[in-house]
Write a protein that binds this ligand. Sequence first.
Ligand SMILES: Nc1ncnc2c1ncn2[C@@H]1O[C@H](COP(=O)(O)OP(=O)(O)OP(=O)(O)O)[C@@H](O)[C@H]1O
Ligand SMILES: [Mg+2]
Length: 239
Amino acid sequence: MAMLEARNVTKYFGRLAAVNNLSFDVKRGEIFGIAGPNGAGKTTLFNLIAGTYPCKGEILFEGEKVNNLKPYKICKKGIARTFQIPLIFPSLSVYENIGIGAHFGGDGRDDEKRLIAGIIDLVGLQGKENIEASHLRLFDKKMTMLGIALATQPKLLMLDEPAGGLNPTEIQQSVTLFERLNEEFGITLIVIEHLMKVLMGISERLMIIHDGEMIRLGKPLEVGKDKRVIEIYLGTEYA
Ligand SMILES: Nc1ncnc2c1ncn2[C@@H]1O[C@H](COP(=O)(O)OP(=O)(O)OP(=O)(O)O)[C@@H](O)[C@H]1O
Ligand SMILES: [Mg+2]
């Protein structure tokens, strides 16, 4: 059984079909990539899976319908996400930020402190626990946001342009961490990314969307050779 299954998922904003009849599945343990031009509907798709907006069609998580559930219920089922622009609690410390994730997604376990400490190490924020989040540089803000998501102990983690705005060293560090989350912690990942080298490097399968519709889904190398994908998204110099 697929971990996540989207069947004819559709979302209109007024007369704009931001996500239009999308059907695909994400396998347990997979790293699933999503790319497409600006405004393609990528973030909206995350918003539908996370329960920000209701939608038409069906989204099944571990066989159970989750679309139209409230976001906190979807989180409790084991889906977490990060945002394109770091969304953290600016006036709280790194520790308190991650604590909110632990508290929100947790099951009231009493080893919450250990969970938080482990995540701070994992995302490389040790020594920065007490810094107010608004004072962090972009990379550390992104790691704090990732820490919040991880503290909810997700089975499925959705990352929205995690490499955006980072330098090559930070991107490499992020990629290593994502692969660790996947391999060592068994977290299934869906990654939206414009940096195709990064995305093709980590994705087992890649879906290209445009105007809310699927253009191609397959192995990264096959997708990269697709005529329509080159025409709509990658450009001929890429091919
Ligand atoms: N809450 C909203 N209300 C109205 N229109 C919206 C809303 N959210 C997104 N849209 C529109 O839906 C379309 C898809 O937007 P979305 O943010 O999902 O694109 P995207 O693929 O994530 O783009 P980008 O690569 O720029 O992040 C766009 O035309 C956008 O303007
Ligand atoms: Mg987006």
